[in-house]
Ligand binder design. Structure first.
Ligand code: 1PR
Length: 535
C-alpha cells in the first residue's frame, strides 16, 4: 500500500461507486478496497464516496469500527476526499430520517433543502461554485460547472467557517466543499462532472508542490439547464443491440423490408455525446416491457462499457418492474434496478410500471411501499428514480368532457378543438390508460420519484419543437425537476422550452443522431439567449 499509484477506496456496498472506480482508473491509479478499519489507518490516500442514506451509512461505520478509524485518520491530517454523503457524514448530525448522529468532525447539522421557495428538490444538475478560501483541489476549475445530486445539505455557520472552501447557491447558500490541511470533501460528484471533475480528482491524487494562487473572479451562478442525449436501444431483427429512433414511437423503416432503424452502436454513441458536451446520457431499452431486462445481458454490458468513458450521469430505463421468469424465479423491481446500478447507471427510469402504481395509488390513496418507485427510492434515494411519461394528446371541445386535467391549446386540434388532455400510455405507447399526465406526475412525486422525463408521442421524432403546453402544465404542477422531451428539431426549440416553461432539462434524440445539430451548437445558442448552461 506504499505504492504511489494506489488509492484506497471506502465502499461499504450501499450503491453504485462504479463511476468513482472508473474515474480513478481512468486517471491511471489502482484501487485498494478497505476491508478492515486497519486499511483506513494504513491508507496513503483515501477516497470515501458516500452513497445511499445517512442513517444506514452511519450504522455500517459504527458497527464495523470504520467510523472510529476514519475519525483518527482525518484528525491526523491524512489525505482524504469525501464525496457527497462522504462530506455530510463528517458533520454532527443529519435530519435525513433523523436526527441521526454523524462523525462529528465538523460543527453543523445537515438539513433538507427548502422547496417552499420555488426551488425543486432534489437539487439535480450543474452549478458553479463560490470559492471562499484556497481549496487546492478546486484551484483549476474557474467558473466551470460541477454536477450535484442531493436533497440534503450542510449550511455555513460561524462554527464551521474555518472548514468551508466553497459554497453554492440553490435557494440557500450551502456548503459545496470543505478543506482543512490534507482533508477535503465535496458535496458535488467529481466523477460525474466531466473533464472538470476529473481535474478535481487529479488534483487530489497528484497534489501540486507549489502553492500557486490561481483564483479567478467568479460570477454568480444559477443551476444550469441541462441538455440530455437519449439513446433508444433495442435488439434488431439480427439480434444486435442497436440505437434506433422512431416517429411517434414507430421505429420500423417505412420501406418495404420494414427493418428496425439502426442508427449506431450504443456505447460508441454515448462516448461521442459525452465528448460533444451532453450533460447526461439516457439509455431507454424500448422493448424492455416484453423482454426481461436481466435476461438482456447486452444492455448491462452496454452500461458497463459506457460508464468506463462517460463521466456524466447515466440513466437507464425499460422493463423495471417485478418479474417472474420462465423458471418461476421471482425478481423484484428493486433487484432489477440494483443490477442496473451495479452496472454503472446513476438513475433508473420507470415507464409502464409507474402508470400501474399511480393508478393503484389514486384508487386506494394508500402508499403500500411495494411499488417499484417506492422500493427503489427507499434504497437508492429519490434522486435515482426517474419516471418516464409517454402521453398522447386527446383533443376535446369541452374540458368538462373528461375527469382528467385538460388544457387550452395554443394551437387548436385538427378539427378546431380548443382543448386536450394527455393520456398516459404503457408498453411503448401501445396501450392507453385511464390516467392523465398531470394526475400521473402528481402521484409519482408523492410516491417518491425524484425526476420526471416528459415525452409526448405526438411530437416524438417530428422535429417541430417540444409540446410547450404540456411541459408548462407538468413543470408547474410538481416540485421535482422535469426533463422536457420529444420534438426537438432546431436550436431555437431548446431556448423556447427553457424560456416558456419551468423545465430543468431538455432531452433529444433524432436531432443528434441525424447529426443535424451538434450538442455544442445547442449550448452556444442557449448561452447567447442568456440561459445558463455548462460549457
Ligand atoms: O415502460 O418501463 O419498460 O420503459 C420503456 C421506456 O422506453 C419508456 O421510457 C418509453 O418512453 C420508452 N419507449 C418505449 N417505446 C418507445 C418507442 O419509441 N417505440 N421510446 C420508447 C421512447 C422517447 C424519447 C425520445 C424522445 C426524443 N423514446 O425518449 O427519445 O421522444 O425524441 P426526438 O428528439 O427524436 O423527438 P418501461
Amino acid at each position: 500500500s506504499n505504492d504511489d499509484s494506489v488509492v484506497t477506496l471506502l465502499d461499504y456496498g450501499a450503491g453504485n461507486v462504479r463511476s468513482v472506480r472508473n474515474a480513478i482508473r481512468h486517471l491511471g491509479f489502482q484501487i485498494k478496497d478497505v476491508q478492515t478499519p486497519k486499511d483506513i489507518l494504513n491508507a496513503r490516500r483515501l477516497i470515501f464516496p458516500g452513497v445511499g442514506a445517512f442513517a444506514p451509512a452511519m450504522d455500517v461505520l459504527n458497527n464495523t469500527g470504520m467510523g472510529e478509524a476514519l475519525c483518527t485518520y482525518i484528525q491526523n491530517d491524512r489525505p482524504f476526499l469525501g464525496i457527497c454523503l462522504g462530506l455530510q457524514l463528517l458533520f454532527e448530525s443529519s435530519e435525513e430520517n433523523g436526527p441521526v448522529g454523524g462523525l462529528g468532525l465538523i460543527p453543523g447539522v445537515v438539513g433538507r433543502f427548502d422547496s417552499s421557495n420555488g426551488f425543486r428538490v432534489p437539487h439535480i444538475g450543474w452549478n458553479a461554485l463560490q470559492i471562499t478560501k484556497d481549496s487546492e483541489i478546486l484551484d483549476d476549475i474557474g467558473n466551470r460547472h460541477v454536477y450535484f445530486v442531493h436533497s440534503y445539505r450542510a449550511m455555513p455557520s460561524n462554527e464551521n467557517k474555518e472548514w468551508i472552501s466553497s459554497t453554492c447557491n440553490y435557494g440557500d447558500e450551502f456548503i459545496a466543499s470543505v478543506r482543512k490541511g490534507k482533508v477535503h470533501a465535496v458535496q458535488f460528484h467529481p466523477e460525474k462532472s466531466g473533464d472538470v471533475g476529473l481535474s478535481v480528482l487529479r488534483s487530489f491524487l497528484l497534489p501540486k508542490s507549489s502553492l500557486t494562487e490561481k483564483r479567478t473572479e467568479r460570477k454568480a451562478s444559477k443551476l444550469a439547464k441541462r441538455v440530455i442525449a437519449c439513446l433508444d436501444v433495442r435488439t434488431n431483427d439480427e439480434g444486435d443491440l442497436v440505437v434506433t429512433k422512431g416517429d411517434q414511437y414507430n421505429v420500423r423503416e417505412h420501406a418495404e423490408k420494414n427493418e428496425v432503424r439502426n442508427l449506431g452502436k450504443p456505447v460508441e454513441l454515448a462516448g461521442k455525446y459525452y465528448e460533444d458536451g451532453a450533460d447526461e446520457v439516457s439509455f431507454l431499452n424500448i422493448t424492455g416491457f416484453r423482454d426481461f431486462p436481466l435476461g438482456d445481458l447486452p444492455m448491462l454490458q452496454v452500461l458497463r462499457c459506457a460508464s468506463e468513458n462517460v463521466f456524466v450521469p447515466l440513466t437507464v430505463g425499460g422493463g423495471i418492474r417485478d418479474f417472474t421468469d420462465s423458471n418461476d424465479r421471482y425478481y423484484s423491481s428493486l433487484e432489477v434496478a440494483s443490477e442496473y446500478f451495479r452496472s454503472g447507471a446513476d438513475k433508473i427510469s420507470i415507464g409502464s410500471d409507474a402508470v400501474h402504481a399511480a393508478e393503484e395509488y389514486l384508487k386506494t390513496k394508500v402508499k403500500t411501499g411495494k411499488s417499484s418507485i417506492e422500493q427503489i427510492s427507499r434504497v437508492y434515494g429519490n434522486q435515482a428514480v426517474v419516471v418516464s411519461i409517454d402521453p398522447r394528446r386527446v383533443y376535446l371541445n369541452d374540458p368538462s368532457d373528461v375527469e382528467f386535467k385538460s388544457i387550452r391549446l395554443t394551437n387548436p386540434g385538427p378539427n378546431g378543438e380548443e382543448y386536450a388532455w394527455y393520456q398516459c400510455t404503457i408498453n411503448g405507447g401501445r396501450e392507453g390508460r385511464p390516467i392523465g399526465a398531470y394526475e400521473l406526475a402528481k402521484a409519482v412525486e408523492e410516491l417518491g420519484a425524484g425526476e420526471i422525463l416528459l415525452n409526448c408521442i405526438d411530437c416524438d421524432g417530428q422535429g417541430k419543437g417540444f409540446d410547450i403546453d404540456l411541459i408548462k402544465m407538468i413543470s408547474d404542477a410538481v416540485n421535482i425537476p422535469v426533463i422536457a422531451s420529444s420534438g426537438a428539431g432546431a436550436v431555437e426549440h431548446f431556448s423556447d422550452v427553457f424560456s416558456k416553461t419551468n423545465a430543468s432539462a431538455a432531452l433529444a434524440a433524432g436531432i443528434f443522431h441525424r447529426k443535424e445539430v451538434p450538442i455544442r451548437s445547442v449550448k452556444e445558442h442557449l448561452l447567447k439567449e442568456g440561459i445558463e448552461v455548462r460549457i
